[in-house]
Design a protein around this ligand. Sequence first.
Ligand SMILES: *Cc1c(COP(=O)(O)O)cnc(C)c1O
Length: 356
Amino acid sequence: MSRFWSPVVHGLTPYVPGEQPKLGNLVKLNTNENPYPPSLRVLEAIRAEAVDTLRLYPDPNSDRLKQAIADYHGVERANVFVGNGSDEVLAHAFGALFKHDLPILFPDITYSFYPVYCGLYDVAYTEVPLAADFQICVDDYMRPNGGIVFPNPNAPTGCAVALGEIERLLVANPDSVVLIDEAYVDFGAESAVALIQRYPQLLVTHTLSKSRSLAGLRVGYAIGSAELIEGLERVKDSFNSYPLDKLAQAGGTAAMQDRTWFDATCRKIIASRDKLVSKLQALGFEVLPSAANFVLIRHPQYDGAELTAKLRERSIIVRHFRKPVRIAPFMRVTIGTDVQCAALVGALTDILQQTV
Ligand SMILES: *Cc1c(COP(=O)(O)O)cnc(C)c1O
């Protein structure tokens, strides 16, 4: 606390990101990064920008990057907004589109940045409980609201909502923004981008952090009607004209263009996930059905916090959430390479044998 802080700062509860350990030699499965290096075309594009023209400001509109994103999704450039990571895109969406009279709705178990943005922008919210099987039930969102947001697949459960259900929600909810956060969609869920032409209230966000191995570059984007995108641009241009530097714009553009790398990498992670799920089930774990690059798991006899600590002693880092209490028995495990997954299974086998 400081007397120099603006009053709003006293009331903030900031987001706490997963740990980025400074030690090497860890099996790092705690923040849903991609275990594979980015496309070589991305690295070449970034190197080509690391030259004397860095003295100049970057393109404030990131037009080439927006065009590459538009081409990938088959939409117009006017349907694309880009930001410094999708977290920044989400922040602008909360500020630009969610501050109305009624509370916005999001699941009680979801990405914990949503309530943080509500605190920052003074947006009222109501948490909608997930069903008993941890699924999002769209009927629960069909009530008066100032906006709706959830990830699809949801985080940290990994569970996906079918596209038909999202469309049913859009039909029932024409008058407030529905934001679908597709940070993990490339690992097995159906994208709602195809619906933006028909539903002007739909905004879909994506990130290059997970499926394109670029968490360190900070590139995210939103796709939606030109009307929603213009609202976001107005907020962005009132905040920071240059959120994406030259390296991020060049690398992001190359990443969107390299479909061969992208398809092959997503396929590898999905195959590793399927193998890991059967091994975990064989060890007695309950595994929530995942369409993401992580799984939420619990063992009937062991506490999530205890197992997380024991894995850490073996240099394997996974994520445990103390809150909400319904997910406290679980651990969230990022899908690594097959070698990393095998290390995890080996360590868990060892831990479970020692504690019986
Ligand atoms: C990782 C993640 C993001 C943010 O990604 P950026 O790295 O900021 O692009 C957004 N939403 C969810 C649900 C995520 O898990």
